[in-house]
Design a protein around this ligand. Structure first.
Ligand SMILES: Nc1ncnc2c1ncn2[C@@H]1O[C@H](COP(=O)(O)OP(=O)(O)O)[C@@H](O)[C@H]1O
Ligand SMILES: Cc1cn([C@H]2C[C@H](O)[C@@H](COP(=O)(O)O)O2)c(=O)[nH]c1=O
Ligand SMILES: [Zn+2]
Length: 192
């Protein structure tokens, strides 16, 4: 049984580049799924480079870290174009917290994939208002594979697709964890 559609897809694109997107709310397992795919690539002895935006300093300056503290080394970058400066023998590129990158990110992903690189991107599809977040919709449109993962709604236990902000702050970007956000399903998100 195939658990992830990306596995089916990879058989077809073994020798070519591609873009895979992992999206969902906070606590939905995006980072864990990203790390899982990247570790498998490392086990296959492929040259893997991982990037995250410099602004995301939550758990660690240089590592991509999941809420369960599973981690993998990464390079923090100032903007999307910096990702193109990677070493010449890179075969797989991982990008976490893609929603924080600038609008060049889709173009950067396309350039890498067109060079034969497997690009795996993870990020929030919606902000706390339920609006599409940054470059995520554009990456969705150009990706070969899109995996939407769900957290567990903290109110009712159903699959959650929203990140509910618990504090009053209208800024789009507000780093935080459980004290600031909780994952909620459609019904519980709209209740209050
Ligand atoms: N409400 C929740 N629903 C699902 N997972 C949760 C929840 N609260 C905490 N977690 C933990 O968060 C982990 C996922 O973390 P992570 O991959 O960093 O998520 P994301 O990158 O999507 O924010 C889960 O494996 C689980 O242990
Ligand atoms: C919804 C929402 C989230 N953020 C911030 C909060 C966290 O620091 C990250 C998301 O991290 P995760 O790996 O997906 O858990 O994004 C934000 O700045 N604005 C928002 O609207
Ligand atoms: Zn709910």
């Amino acid at each position: 049984m195939m658990l992830f559609s990306e596995d089916v897809f990879r058989r077809r694109s073994e020798f070519g580049g591609s873009i895979e997107l992992i999206c969902g709310s906070m606590f939905s397992g995006k980072t864990e799924e990203l790390i899982r795919r990247l570790r498998r690539a490392q086990i296959a002895r492929l040259n893997v480079e991982i990037f995250k935006p410099k602004t995301d300093t939550r758990y660690d300056e240089t590592a991509v870290v999941s809420h369960d503290l599973n981690s993998i080394h990464s390079t923090p970058v100032e903007n999307a174009s910096s990702i193109l400066l990677l070493g010449g023998n890179t075969q797989v590129v991982g990008i976490d917290e893609a929603q924080f990158f600038d609008d060049e990110l889709p173009n950067v992903c396309n350039q890498l994939a067109n060079k034969g690189i497997r690009v795996i991107v993870a990020g929030l599809d919606m902000d706390f208002l339920g609006k599409p977040f940054g470059p995520m919709p554009a990456i969705m449109a150009i990706a070969e594979s899109v995996t939407k993962v769900h957290a567990v709604c903290v109110k009712c236990g159903n699959p959650a697709l929203y990140s509910y902000r618990l504090v009053h702050n209208p800024a789009k970007i507000l780093l935080g964890e459980k004290e600031t956000y909780e994952p909620r399903c459609r019904i519980c998100y709209h209740i209050d």
